[in-house]
Design a protein. Structure first.
Length: 36
């Protein structure tokens, strides 16, 4: 499902994971929902 997201959303998610590895999974899922 990650690869189906728009490129901008993928980049945001990767940046979040890189800079904030402790970021909650629910927040990333919310981001994914917003980008659909």
């Amino acid at each position: 499902p990650f690869m189906k997201l728009p490129r901008v959303c993928q980049e945001i998610a990767v940046c979040c994971l890189y800079y904030m590895p402790k970021l909650s999974r629910s927040l990333l899922e919310a981001l994914a929902q917003c980008c659909q």
